[in-house]
Design a protein around this ligand. Sequence first.
Ligand code: AMP
Length: 192
Amino acid sequence: MKLLIMGAPGAGKGTQASALAARYDVPAISTGDIFRANIKNGTPLGVKVKEIIEAGEYVPDELTEEIVADRLAQDDAAGGFLLDGFPRTMHQVHFLDRHLADRGERLDAVVSLVVDPDVLVERLLDRARIEGRADDNEDTIRRRMEVYAGQTAPLLYHYEKLDLLVEVEGTGTVDEVRERMLDAVDRHTAAR
Ligand code: AMP
């Protein structure tokens, strides 16, 4: 299975990605987690992306794509993967399309978690209190929402046209959303 999970900041991508990856026995690959690990360890990549991420902006496409290409080349991703937080721009969509086409592969489904914007801001402020993520302060949250709406939301149309989009209502408890999502993906992939 080759899957994507998309959603605005705070939609619950990271949380639900683990369940989805476990269900299909594929690695969950989060570009955000890769960047955060590099920042924490002070690697050259981390130094390069720290300020960008803390400002709520996107890391440049070429840099992000290089990281994804390296990660997808690892053995555990040979049989499938779940990308969490990639692609986020049309440039990245084209990169992924080419990457898969070169290997004669294609995506199976693109999950989009849909959550009301007011709920999103509340969740992110809660997460800021609990996890202390540097990009979870109010100004950055607002900026991340804008960037998502401008650059990433349009990607949903692209995947809808390809009949890959599985929209899942992301409000409710973590368990409710997980069951709803797994059912929806099962139904989508069974129907293909
Ligand atoms: P996330 O954990 O997915 O919310 O990502 C956290 C931050 O990492 C984002 O707000 C971006 O600054 C950066 N980031 C993660 N994935 C990407 C991507 N595909 N393209 C550009 N920037 C990204």
